[in-house]
Write a protein that binds this ligand. Structure first.
Ligand SMILES: Nc1ncnc2c1ncn2[C@@H]1O[C@H](COP(=O)(O)OP(=O)(O)OP(=O)(O)O)[C@@H](O)[C@H]1O
Length: 919
């Protein structure tokens, strides 16, 4: 995980030194470094980027490269290290991954120009770009299948402003920009949801006002991103609007979505940072779209991590749900699939539209296969376009666009030929066909078959395309032939066969031959023709007047040819950028098709079914499976046992209001309880992202929020023990879950003393049943909790079946109604290989305990206590509402999208008051 980059004051301040003591180059370095104190400065010198002073020390340590020295400053050696320009991307990637930021400083004039100003003049240099984790564009620095977002977080009310609750309870504007693809989204979010939103976006970098960065906010909700303080450079609302309109060349913001103040501030902050890091070059960003939070299933950061949606708890993609379901064939498709997975929809109609696409593609297998094989030829259009937009594109990016456009065209035509298409595919096909076919033609005609990565390497324009270029190339190549002839002639003259014509940047063309033969050329008559240039360990180098003349001619022709190639490149790039928006939409269309094809293929191959989705509180899954565990078992040749889950409350169980059921799942360790809990949460996620699901049948009433308390990990970095983490997460659930939520709780209370744990588990179940009324799966080892079913009408007891053999246990992994008779903990311990004497002793103790008083006490705790002690059961609508219920209803009545910031603030205060009453 990248560490936050902290400004490191540099020891040297060269700009403050008397000029006489500092070389002109070091003075220039000092001046540039002073303007970029908190980043590593890559200072271009010829074919290297050099780093000096502390930058050199830090980079050498981080990159494991040699630290040398160059000259002296204030009587001390200047530490230096360097990376070759050719391999700079690799080194940059490693530095960025370690949390550094880098300013790339280039020579911005020809050294010849500098020489004209006098012998001691230094070549002009300038920082052309700041490379930060959230503003990357190069292929080598990016993960192709992950988006790379920069997120600006701006509080609606700044701390120290008129409102005391600026940070803790406030409203935030959030702007997420991915300059590698040009996407830009803004939203407004209240403090309790900020963590979930950041966890969804998984930003590479967060920028925020200083006060916010210094607060504990991002330590809790930063999703591991590098956090960059914005300093005091925060616009007011009017300047924010101006910044946005200026960026897009618009007269007003009216044509875009109606943004709130916080959203405008965040969008402007993001644009400010993008312009700053790109040193004034404007990436081709889409205009910001507004994201309504309520449109997505809310999944908090802990739940997202625990369910291992896009990465496992160990931080790897293998073994995550995304890894198992991702059958996309393009990088953009992979990114979109992950985005959908972490933001399942809540609108049944929108989900239905996605499912209709899958229905169609599952039916039309031939067409689906054809489309997928075309898609396999489509490179990453969005990222190539973005690099071209930033002037960082190379010939391979043009080739990617050419191949991508032609794939889009073929896919568009194929879909267009189908009579009745689902809406999503009609729209995607239209977007694909909107890309101007002339562009493809042009690119095909212009680009050579094999093109280099960098423009500087030349030879990317097809021979025969441009007369002038062909002439320059002929001249260049002819001269090369002349050189070959010269080599033969000089061999004769020097009476050796070992003479070679070579080239380097320092000498240009030169002749090289072994020292033994070279010696002779230093003397008459040879020295009239051959001018000695260098003596190496085992070779000597010479030049001749004729070679120098040719050198000038060749480099002139080569330079002219390259300049001509670059002119053609620029013209093409300009044509492409003119259609940037259309191309981006076409690329998005291809990604949507890729995702649909991938999900259709997944459903077809694994016999997944179409879920029924509506706005009820249903939760009925027949023969559900855990996709990741199933896949892992399949690899070992073992079957996965499918299980039913029914949490829909019967009408007569709902009492005064809507509610779902709670299933208490008991059973032995290793029986499959956790798998069962997670698989049902994953089925809800898959269904709402618009995928078929691993079940024989599924009916899911929209889940608006998904909560989980599973797994146990200390959060020592934040000073929380396992039990504390467990309780914090449980508190969040009990305070926030509603009947429309889905909750999975695994072994609440196991992290503390038995009685405390049991008491907490019982109280939590009661609260969930009476107050939250959410559809819930509650796994526990406290068998006593099952007794609650006698008192709580919507409670259901499930257990995992095991068969106890003579000497061991057989796990059937079958979930059935009922309760576990005992926990089999000792048998599992035996299976795990605990020493025999320990097992024997434990068995003995267990018998004693089961006979004893403690057990009876525990059972009484659950069975004999007054019904719902401490909880006011809201069983008639006319009774005065208990405050927690009132709070939930007040929350339910709110529609955040309809509130002005002021109304939102007022609502927040109302809620706080209700909460205070409850306490
Ligand atoms: N439905 C199933 N079909 C086949 N194998 C399963 C099934 N469910 C679980 N398993 C296997 O059993 C193992 C244990 O499952 P799981 O972790 O869910 O058990 P558990 O009851 O939660 O255990 P504990 O109480 O110790 O946490 C899994 O790793 C998997 O290999």
């Amino acid at each position: 995980m990248p560490k936050p980059v902290v400004a490191t004051p540099q020891k040297q301040d060269l700009s403050a030194q008397p000029a006489a003591k500092t070389s002109p180059m070091m003075a220039q370095y000092g001046e540039i470094k002073a303007a970029h104190p908190d980043v590593l400065l890559f200072y271009r010198m010829g074919d290297f980027y050099e780093l000096f002073f502390e930058d050199a020390e830090q980079a050498a340590a981080a990159l494991n490269i040699v630290l040398t020295k160059r000259g002296r400053h204030l009587g001390e050696d200047i530490p230096m290290c360097g990376v070759p320009v050719e391999r700079a991307d690799d080194y940059l990637a490693r530095l960025i991954a370690k949390g550094f930021k880098v300013a790339v400083c280039e020579q911005v004039e020809d050294p010849a120009e500098a020489r004209k100003r006098g012998g001691k003049s230094v070549v002009k240099r300038a920082v052309v770009r700041l490379v930060t984790p959230g503003t990357l564009t190069e292929e080598a620095l990016l993960n192709p299948r992950r988006s790379n977002c920069l997120v600006a977080v701006v509080p609606s009310v700044l701390p120290g402003g008129s409102h005391k609750s600026g940070l803790d309870d406030g409203l935030f504007g959030l702007a997420a920009v991915d300059i590698s693809t040009g996407t830009f989204q803004v939203m407004e979010v209240v403090r309790p949801f900020l963590g979930a939103e950041l966890a969804r976006i998984e930003p590479a970098e967060i920028i925020a006002p200083d006060a916010l960065c210094q607060s504990s906010l991002f330590a809790q909700a930063g999703a591991g991103a590098v956090v960059t303080p914005l300093g005091s450079r925060l616009d007011d609302e009017a300047s924010a609007e101006r910044r946005i309109t200026n960026f897009y060349g618009l007269a007003t913001l009216d044509g875009l979505a109606a943004f709130t103040r916080a959203e405008k501030l965040a969008a402007a902050a993001a644009l400010f940072y993008v312009e700053r890091t790109q040193c004034g070059v404007r990436p081709a960003l889409a205009t910001p779209g507004r994201l309504a939070r309520a449109a997505h299933m809310e999944i908090d950061a802990a739940t997202r991590a625990n369910l291992e949606l896009t990465q496992t708890l160990a931080g790897r993609r293998e073994g995550s749900l995304a890894d198992v379901i991702d059958k996309t064939v393009t990088a953009a498709g992979g990114r979109l699939l992950s985005e959908r997975l972490v933001a399942p929809l809540t609108d049944p109609q929108a989900i239905g539209a996605r499912l209709a696409t899958l229905d169609f593609l599952i039916e039309e297998t031939r067409l689906a296969d054809d489309l997928q094989s075309i898609l396999k030829t489509a490179p990453d259009l969005a990222r190539a376009l973005s690099r071209i937009g930033l002037g960082r594109g190379g010939p391979r990016d043009l080739a990617s666009l050419r191949d991508g456009f032609s794939a889009a065209q073929r896919i568009g035509e194929k879909l267009d030929a189908v009579e009745v298409l689902p809406r999503e595919l009609t729209e995607a096909a239209k977007a694909c066909l909107a890309i101007d076919p002339a562009l493809v033609k042009d690119l095909r005609a212009v680009l050579a078959d094999n093109v280099p990565l960098h423009r500087r390497d030349g030879n990317f324009i097809r021979p025969g395309y441009d007369d002038e270029l062909d002439q320059q190339r002929a001249l260049r190549d002819e001269s090369r032939q002349v050189i070959a002839a010269l080599q033969a002639r000089y061999c004769e003259l020097a009476e050796t066969r070992q003479l070679k014509v070579k080239h380097n940047n320092f000498l240009g063309f030169f002749l090289e031959l072994p020292q033994a033969q070279g010696e002779k050329l230093l003397h008459p008559p040879f020295d009239k023709i051959f001018n000695h240039r260098q003596t190496m360990a085992d070779a000597m180098r010479f030049s001749t007047a004729e070679l120098a003349e040719l050198e000038a001619k060749i480099s002139g022709a080569a330079e002219a040819a390259l300049a001509r190639e670059n002119d053609i490149f620029d013209r093409l790039a300009a044509n492409i950028l003119e259609q940037g928006e259309t191309i981006r939409e076409g690329a998005a269309g291809l990604a949507r098709i890729d995702v649909a094809l991938a999900l259709a293929l997944l459903a077809r191959r694994n016999s997944w079914t179409r879920p029924r989705i509506d706005s009820s509180l249903a939760f009925e899954v027949e023969a559900g499976r855990h996709p990741v565990v199933e896949m892992a078992l399949k690899a070992q040749g073992k079957p996965f046992i499918a299980n039913r889950c029914g949490l829909t409350a019967l009408p007569d169980q709902q009492m005064a209001g809507e509610a779902g059921r709670i299933a208490v799942v008991t059973g032995p360790n290793m029986g499959g309880k956790s798998t069962y809990l997670r698989q049902n949460a994953l089925i809800a996620i898959l269904a709402q992202m618009g995928s078929y699901v691993p079940a024989a049948k599924a009916h899911i009433g929209i889940v608006d929020r998904l909560f989980s308390r599973v797994g146990a990990a200390d959060d020592l970095a934040r000073g929380r023990s396992t039990f504390m983490v467990e309780m914090v997460e449980t508190a969040a659930i009990l305070n926030q879950a509603s009947p429309h939520s889905f909750v999975i709780l695994d072994e609440i209370g196991r992290g503390t003393a038995t009685f405390d744990g049991l008491a907490i588990a019982v109280a939590v179940v009661e609260h969930l049943h009476e107050v939250n009324r959410a559809r819930t799966l509650f796994a526990t080892h406290f068998g006593e909790v099952t007794a609650l079913a006698k008192r709580l009408p919507r409670l259901l007891n499930l257990t995992v079946r095991v068969v106890e053999g003579k000497s061991d246990l057989v796990f059937l992994h079958e979930i059935v109604e009922g309760t576990a008779d005992h926990s089999h903990g000792i048998q599992v311990a035996k299976l795990a290989g605990l020493p025999k004497p320990v097992i024997a002793r434990a068995k003995h103790l267990l018998t004693e305990l089961e006979k004893g008083e403690r057990r009876a006490q525990a059972e009484r705790l659950v069975a004999d206590l007054p019904l719902f002690a401490g909880i006011d059961a809201p069983d008639t609508a006319n009774e005065e509402l208990p405050p927690a219920r009132a709070l939930i209803e007040a929350l339910d009545a709110l529609d955040p999208d309809q509130l002005s910031p002021r109304e939102a603030m007022e609502a927040l205060y109302r809620l706080k008051t209700l909460r205070a009453q409850e306490a």
